[in-house]
Design a protein around this ligand. Structure first.
Ligand SMILES: NC(=O)NC(NC(N)=O)C(=O)[O-]
Length: 343
């Protein structure tokens, strides 16, 4: 089902959408033990933090999921409902800052559970663990429903050069949930589940207006010129951006002239533009485009051009910068046509 070869440089699957992150609607439904730090931290979008000398009532404050040193049979595990169900191409298990307390081994299972599958009510609270009744209820779910995507595999500790553990996954099935197992216990800072959303298009009427590029509908960014401050996949994320960090933001171009000059008609001439290519979740007739530059005030792109490609179902954004050579976009497009904005 999976190759377990671990690489240190980020593999290409890390450019895909994180289907599990909280911003995409990912949720922890169950965890065996939330003692030192709750499992929900696994799905935070921000990179893990370290707070020197900060302790909670239960131990050292840690940014991730950390269970107790086990004094009973078994191992610790949690169930994550993907925010966007889809095909998983790889996972990143980040053990940042868990050095003497990282989970020494892990495995990952996945399932495609029907809507309405119920789980015990979860109230993520440090210093708690699942009750024996909750564990017993969950045992019933420990059936053939779960498919192994990554078998039990060693993890590396959370030092800067060893904290990122990458695992490609070759399954082409659509999954709704993953189950993360730590053997036997310990800490993991983040779990990133990279893939492409898959929507059931058979239920969508021809006349229905759908955001064809949204990650929840299977849209994906295939390439870009620059993602220095923010990845262009952010622009197809769920809902509106909370802040600038939730958008696509490039670095200022180094080839911009030292002094900007206008031509006779008053147009500032600045070479080049930034671009991103998105594959739509489904081919469609594009009726409307919405581009939201929310939060970008001193750094929004001056203008843009959008191209469509029927063969590859791609839409290409070119951001040009007449007055200031920088480009970015924040959430959120609605179906695409062509758009040209000028100040
Ligand atoms: N210093 C620690 O991190 N100790 C323990 N963990 C926390 N978070 O306090 C432990 O035993 O793993």
């Amino acid at each position: 089902m999976s190759s377990t070869a671990m690489s240190t440089t980020p593999p290409s699957f890390t450019q895909l959408n994180d289907l599990a992150c909280a911003k995409a609607g990912g949720r922890v439904l169950f965890a065996t033990d939330d003692w030192f730090a709750v499992a929900d931290n696994l799905l935070k979008g921000d990179p893990p933090q370290w707070k020197e000398g900060v302790f909670t009532e239960y131990g050292k404050w840690m940014d991730g999921w950390e269970s107790r040193r086990k004094r009973m049979e078994g191992h610790d595990w949690c169930i994550v409902q993907l925010g966007v169900s889809g095909v998983i191409s790889g996972v990143e298990v980040d053990t940042s800052y868990f050095t003497g307390n990282f989970a020494p081994r892990f495995s990952l299972q996945a399932a495609c559970l029907p809507d309405g599958t119920t789980f015990p009510v979860r109230q993520p609270t440090m210093g708690t663990a699942a009750s024996s009744q909750q564990l017993a209820a969950m045992e019933e779910m420990k059936t053939e429903k779960w498919t192994e995507l990554v078998p039990m595999t060693p993890l590396r500790p959370g030092y800067p050069d060893t904290c990122k553990n990458y695992f490609p996954i070759t399954s082409t099935q659509r999954w709704t949930h993953v189950r993360l197992n730590m053997y036997p216990d310990g800490g993991i800072a983040r779990l990133r589940v990279y893939g492409i959303g898959s929507k059931d298009w058979s239920t969508v009427k021809n006349s229905e207006l759908v955001d064809l590029v949204a990650m929840e509908n299977g849209g994906v960014c295939l390439g870009f010129s620059n993602a220095h401050y923010g990845h262009p996949r952010n622009a197809i994320g769920l809902g509106r951006a909370e802040n600038m960090g939730d958008g696509w933001e490039t670095a200022r171009r180094l080839d911009r002239p030292p002094i900007l000059k206008a031509d006779k008609s008053g147009v500032l001439m600045v070479p080049g533009c930034e671009w991103a290519v998105y594959r739509l979740g489904h081919p469609g007739v594009i009726l409307k485009i919405e581009i939201d530059t929310n939060h970008f005030k001193g750094n929004y792109p001056d203008s843009c051009r959008i191209e469509g490609d029927v063969v590859y179902h791609n839409v290409i954004f070119h951001w040009s910068s007449r007055t200031s050579p920088m480009s970015l976009i924040s959430h959120h497009h609605k179906s695409l046509v062509s758009h040209n904005s000028k100040r």
